[in-house]
Structure formats: C-alpha cells, structure tokens
Design a protein around this ligand. Structure first.
Ligand SMILES: NC(=O)CC[C@H](N)C(=O)O
Length: 317
C-alpha cells in the first residue's frame, strides 16, 4: 500500500490518471433530463485527494464548481442521522435497491417505505424529515456545508434548482405516492423546493474532498490547520454511514462499484463522485459524461485506477 506521506507518488498517480482518463471522453452523455445540466461542457475532468494528515492533492479541473446533485443526499442524510438518530429508520430502509435512482416500482410493494436514503424516494423522505426539523432547511444545510468547506460563498445555482423544479415530475410523483402511504409529512411542493436547492449546490472536487473528510476521520472534521475540529458524527455512526455508501451509494451500480473500487462512494448526475478511504482520506472526482446508470464514466475509471495505484480499499482500512 502507498504510504500516505509519499506525496510525490500520489501526485504522480493523479497525473497518470488524468492522462489516461482523456481516452474515455465521448463514451458517456451529460445528464439532460434536467435542462440546465444539459448545457454543461462535457469534456472536463477534475480530481482531488485530501488525506487525514491535512495534505491535499489535485489535478485537472479540481477547483471548478459543479452541480453536486445526489451527492447532497450524503449531507442531508448525515444531518438527519445527527438530529433524528435511529428514529429515521421507521421511514426509510437501508438495503440496496438494485433499481434506478428514480425508480417507483418497489415503493408500491413496500408500502411507501423507500429502500435506502440515497435513491430519490429515500432522499425525499430525508428532506421531508429535515423540512419538519428546520424552519429554513436550505440555509441550515448551506450553513453546515459552508462550515465544512470554510467557504462562506458556497451556494446553490438558482437556474439549476429552478430547472429541476419545473421538470421534476417524477420526483413529485414519488413524493405524492409516499404521501398516499402516510410516509410524507410536509406538502410535496415545499419538500421539492428544498430538494431541488440541495441538489443544485455547487462545489469543486477540492471542496467535496474537504467536506467529507469527517467520514474518513472517525467522524471529526479537520480544521484549517489540519487538526481535528468539529465532531460531526460518532465513530460508530461514521462506520454506519460508510457502510451505507458502500452498499447503496451508486444506485443500481453499487455492486459494480464495490467490486471495481471497493470504497464507500456517493455519485451524482452532475458527474461528481466522492469516495471515502477510512483512516486514509477522501477522493472527489468530477467529469460530466455519465454512463447508462447515471454515474460518471471518467469518475468511476479514475477511482478504479486510484485504488489500483494506492491499494486503498475498505477491507484493508
Ligand atoms: N442521481 C442524481 O444525482 C439525481 C439527482 C437529481 N436531482 C434527481 O432528483 O433526479
């Protein structure tokens, strides 16, 4: 395994991956079901690694902000777990769905209880829970994420949020369907407003790697100087979140990701993927072209190559 302090080796690995990844441009397609995302130039690639010792590495477009989309579900889930604890498990499950992220089919046979917090139905329930808990969820979430990134300007893209809000009929249908089973408290319109804003938050790879550091660091964020700062989660809850990311973080490609990459991940249709190497660090990668399951083609490739080159793996953490 690559020792974490071998910075030149890690930098060289990122350069190599950056070069290799270029060959994959053109194999995927930018998400176009959210009209504002269809306009993102596809041939972009960035990657950032943050280690638990406070050091950081980046290559390509790692400082370019992009739409985090479903990666926001990781942050809302952590917020819900912190505020609700195990009570939330009466409203959402923790099993892989094996179905598309926006699928409706399981909801009927499973009486309106979504399989996990990372598919759209489950994330909508989490946002519903948080909408009850916070008078202004959008700003509460943004506040938490601004603290994690040390960036007071972090925000959502108004045009992307509006674009999804105007066209997100399937998500609205999921919300009403769950309401029919009594598993939705707030008006779906209100929850969808919050959900579309959380998905439209823009972050760079460098920021995402920093913001998820607590998941690699036993629940503790790192301060600016690299020393442990805010206690986000208990070590036990941190392990649980990582287990869910490993089994459910890439929708119906979660098994393939676990096989190829073997790290807890969360993906989004903006083309971002964040991966957690517990005890070692975090990796964020972004490239907008997606495969048929809505995951970044170059992003998955880059993570696969990074674990090959570093030996990082959940089973060896
Ligand atoms: N997989 C995703 O990133 C999906 C997020 C998107 N906002 C949606 O609800 O469809």
């Amino acid at each position: 395994m690559l020792p974490a302090h071998l910075a030149p080796t890690l930098s060289a690995a990122l350069d190599q991956i950056h070069t290799e990844a270029q060959a994959l441009f053109g194999q995927g397609h930018v998400a176009d079901y959210i009209p504002a995302l269809a306009r993102v130039p596809p041939r972009q690639f960035g990657m950032a690694v943050a280690l638990t010792d406070g050091s950081t590495f980046a290559v390509g477009d790692a400082q370019t902000p992009f739409s985090i989309q479903s990666i926001s579900k990781l942050f809302t889930f952590v917020l819900a777990l912190k505020t609700q604890g195990d009570a939330l498990w009466s409203r959402v499950g923790r099993e892989p769905s094996g179905a598309a992220f926006n699928s409706m089919v399981q909801l009927e046979t499973e009486h309106g209880i979504p399989r996990n917090p990372f598919i759209n139905a489950g994330a909508l329930v989490i946002t519903d829970i948080l909408t009850t808990g916070y008078a202004h969820l959008d700003y509460a979430l943004l506040g938490a994420m601004r603290r994690l990134t040390d960036d007071p300007a972090l925000s959502w893209n108004v045009a992307v949020a509006r674009s999804e809000r105007e066209t997100g009929h399937r998500n609205m249908a999921l919300a009403y369907f769950m309401k029919s089973y009594g598993n939705f408290v707030n008006p779906p319109e209100l929850v969808l407003d919050n959900y579309c804003r959380q998905c439209a938050i823009e972050m760079s790879c460098a920021q995402l790697a920093q913001a998820t550091m607590f998941l690699a660091n036993g629940g503790r964020d790192l301060g600016r100087d690299g020393s442990p700062d805010e206690h986000m989660l208990s070590p036990a809850d941190t392990r649980r979140v990582n287990a869910l990311l490993l089994t459910c973080g890439a929708y119906d490609a979660a098994g393939d990701f676990a096989y190829r990459i073997g790290l807890p991940v969360k993906t989004g249709v903006g083309g971002g993927i964040v991966a957690i190497a517990p005890g070692m660090g975090t990796v964020a990668v972004w490239s907008p072209e997606l495969d048929a399951k809505g995951n970044s083609v170059l992003g998955a490739f880059a993570l696969e190559r990074l674990v090959q080159l570093t030996g990082w793996h959940y089973a060896s953490a």
